[in-house]
Design a protein around this ligand. Structure first.
Ligand code: ZN
Length: 183
């Protein structure tokens, strides 16, 4: 059990927002699709666009900094399960953000133990980021599907246009048939 005035070491991770050039369109805001027959098309980059918004060429990422903070206990309370809950100030700091509640498993008696925990936190975050990348690879399949679907819609629309034009020009068609018969 800890007492008021004890100093413990807290393993923590700070997240900062960072905008980077979209790795998919390299900031161009569109992707070039080449179909099997060599035809090229450009589609909106979905990686740097949110919903129906246009692509921005940039994506938001997070940078994580893991570190050890020394915290001086100044409040002890009893949780509903009977366990002790500790809060305190980060030593050497007195601003409004320096007061923290200590989460079980995230604070230690020695700096070395907290540093070990920081290594684990960093590794966990690295794995999370890597799995995000795998999901993105699956997404690119959807983009290809969209590109193929748009091209099919154009082909279908062209056919419809030809057919409708013919239907509205029945006289010419009839005449052509008639001339064919004569020849
Ligand atoms: Zn993009």
């Amino acid at each position: 059990m800890l007492n008021i005035g004890d100093v413990v070491y807290r393993a923590t991770q700070e997240q900062t927002e960072k905008w980077i050039t979209c790795p998919y369109c390299v900031g161009q805001r569109y992707l070039t699709v080449i179909f099997g027959d060599g035809e090229k098309a450009t589609i909106k980059c979905n990686n740097c666009s949110i919903g129906f918004d246009p692509s921005s060429g940039r994506v938001k990422t997070y940078e994580y900094e893991s570190k050890v903070e020394a915290v001086e206990i100044d409040s002890i309370s009893r949780g509903v399960d009977g366990s002790f809950e500790y809060s305190g100030n980060k030593t050497g700091s007195v601003n409004a953000y320096s007061y923290v509640r200590l989460e079980p498993g995230e604070y230690f008696d020695t700096k070395e133990e907290a540093e070990m925990r920081v290594l684990v936190l960093t590794e966990l975050k690295r794995e999370q980021e890597a799995s995000k990348h795998t999901r993105k690879t699956d997404e690119s399949k959807t983009w290809r599907w969209h590109a193929t679907s748009y091209r099919r819609q154009i082909i279908d629309a062209k056919r419809t246009l030809e057919y409708a034009t013919e239907c509205l020009d029945y006289a010419t068609k009839m005449q052509a048939k008639h001339e064919k018969k004569r020849a």
